[in-house]
Design a binder for this molecule. Structure first.
Ligand SMILES: Nc1ncnc2c1ncn2[C@@H]1O[C@H](COP(=O)(O)OP(=O)(O)OP(=O)(O)O)[C@@H](O)[C@H]1O
Ligand SMILES: [Mg+2]
Length: 278
């Protein structure tokens, strides 16, 4: 297992078990917080000064759509409650946080995302593009990072650590659920539950395959401008299917890598912002 996959497994265990790294195991220095306001999930990640996961929490989102805050009061309430819960677990206040947005959203929408963080009484440190947060955790400086979330698919192309292109398309796991619901005449809630059932993953994947093909063709379109990109990193909850990366690789004719716990990569990467003076 790579070191990064091990970090992701540690973080996933903290999130699932509601645990935190004990104070004596934490590096000296301030805790850093990443807040991922997704269409499907709100995720808070806390890391120590050495970048080790300390605690985390995830809950279903309702007030965000494709990087746009559609229910501001509900989102602020949720982030405040999650912050309070994590502070109780940690036995200390959380004061500073970063967040991320889908690439290319309007400045007003990015501002609203930042406002949620400040309304939850965090000092806002940074707002960055979601795929770049993932790239930071994965330590990718060359290649493409594709964040396939609930509502959006963000693509960032990096060379020598610099961003050559950042693109966002309105497709993601919600599209898969819609296609599944349509094919089997299920309610959206039943289709979502079926999609997340590991026992039905093969059948589900065969039905949502056209959505994955479409996502891959969008990424291929962006990458035609970058023939030198050899490796594509896929993250985000919607790439969880076992066959997702192989299907992408076949379309793109490039190496496609998927880390452990793809849903948690972007939130954890957001928390890894450089501290002032470090
Ligand atoms: N095991 C799984 N198999 C298939 N799909 C999954 C799995 N786990 C999560 N998903 C899907 O991943 C999506 C959520 O992913 P993620 O948390 O990365 O999105 P988000 O950040 O909330 O959305 P966005 O970034 O688009 O605003 C949902 O559509 C969910 O159904
Ligand atoms: Mg996301």
């Amino acid at each position: 297992m790579s070191g990064i996959d091990a970090i992701l497994h540690d973080f996933a265990a903290l999130v699932r078990q509601g645990d935190c790294l004990p104070p004596e195991a934490r590096a000296q220095g301030p805790l850093r917080v990443g807040v991922d306001l997704g269409t499907a999930n709100l995720v808070l990640a806390v890391v120590d000064a050495a970048g080790r996961p300390v605690a985390g929490m995830s809950q279903r989102s309702g007030g965000i759509r494709d990087g746009i805050v559609v229910d501001y009061p509900a989102t602020v309430r949720s982030v405040r409650a999650m912050k309070a819960e994590l502070e109780a677990r940690l036995g200390q206040r959380l004061t500073r946080a970063a967040t991320a947005i889908p690439p290319g959203i309007l400045p007003g929408n990015a501002k609203a995302i930042g406002n949620v963080i400040e309304a939850a009484e965090f000092e806002l440190v940074e707002i960055l593009d979601e795929p770049l947060a993932a790239a930071r955790l994965l330590r990718v400086t060359e290649g493409a990072v594709v964040d396939v979330g609930g509502g959006t698919t963000g693509i960032s192309v990096l060379k020598g650590g610099k961003v050559l292109a950042s693109v966002d398309e309105a497709t993601g796991g919600t599209h898969m659920t819609l296609v599944l619901a349509g094919a089997l005449r299920l309610s959206l809630a039943d289709a979502e539950a079926m999609k997340l059932d590991p026992a039905q993953a093969r059948e589900v994947f065969s039905l949502v395959r056209p959505v994955v093909d479409k996502m891959a063709s969008i990424v291929a379109g962006v990458l035609t401008r970058f023939p030198e990109v050899a490796t594509v990193h896929v993250v985000g909850g919607a790439c969880s299917f076992a066959d997702f990366a192989p299907v992408f690789a076949a379309h793109l004719g490039r190496r496609v890598l998927k880390p452990a716990e793809p849903l948690l990569v972007t939130p954890l990467g957001i928390a890894l912002y450089p501290e002032r003076g470090l």
